[in-house]
Design a protein around this ligand. Structure first.
Ligand code: C5P
Length: 230
């Protein structure tokens, strides 16, 4: 439990990868899908480890895959691998339990955002360090957004100027994220959503085009092209 990067860093980065779909080997979905011959989780952890403020990285793996994920990441960076829980939120709680009290900033990342540049971890952490209790990286919404009803009939056009597309890493003061977990608020896929429900203000910083979520086959093509130029 002492896997450390920069001993003077004040940030722990949590990477949940314990979904039931996660398994090693060919055809692996989500965090272990291959991009340019390496699992997304490996690309993601390499970039997290390159962020100077990061003291430790914690990954949640399915209980049966903890040793395999540890072996996979061993050559990439010092990483603490814990067994995840039944829901994503349980996996985040298990990772949070591995973070010492002295680490003041906790970032929750998504392995599918495998090309997220180290600078984005730094800018989210800097906003938390600067006094914001919860910080999310966002991009403006570029498409026109319609609300539709039954039969795909358009009900109205949403004012996109007030909308933001949310990425990760999402950053929190350690005590704020821990308190939201203790309160047992639902978060589903978004950790900031849980903190919002606790009444804590969540603020936005500019996201990055490189932090795209690699989910569809086209995203893999885009990500491979980005790897060649970024
Ligand atoms: O299933 P879903 O796409 O919502 O999962 C989002 C992320 O949370 C994935 O990286 C998945 O591996 C992780 N997860 C987890 N523990 C669970 C369920 C999902 O770490 N019990």
């Amino acid at each position: 439990m002492t896997a450390q990067l920069n001993a003077r860093g004040d940030v722990a980065v949590l990477v949940p990868a314990a979904g039931s779909g996660v398994r090693l080997g060919p055809g692996a979905p989500k965090a272990l899908r291959l991009l340019a011959g390496e699992p997304l989780l490996v690309h993601a952890v390499r970039r997290v480890a390159a962020a100077p403020s990061v003291r430790m990285i914690v990954v949640a793996a399915p209980a049966a895959e903890v040793d395999a994920v540890r072996a996979l990441l061993e050559p990439v960076a010092p990483v603490v691998v814990v067994a995840g829980g039944a829901e994503r939120q349980d996996s985040v709680a298990a990772m949070l339990a591995a973070v010492p009290a002295g680490v003041e900033i906790v970032l929750v990342h998504d392995a599918a955002r495998a090309l997220t540049p180290p600078e984005l971890f730094e800018s989210v952490a800097a906003a938390v360090r600067g006094g914001q209790p919860a910080v999310i990286p966002v991009l403006p919404v570029v498409d026109t957004i319609k609300e539709v009803g039954p039969g795909e009939v358009v009900l109205g056009t949403v004012d996109r100027s007030v909308l933001r597309s949310v990425q990760t890493p999402q950053g929190f003061r350690h005590d704020v994220l821990a308190a939201a977990h203790r309160a047992g608020l639902d978060s589903h896929t978004d950790d900031a959503g849980m903190v919002e429900k606790s009444g804590t203000p969540v603020t936005c910083v500019p996201g990055s085009d490189l932090a795209l979520k690699i989910t569809r086959p086209l995203d893999l093509v885009i990500a491979e092209a980005l790897l060649r130029v970024a």
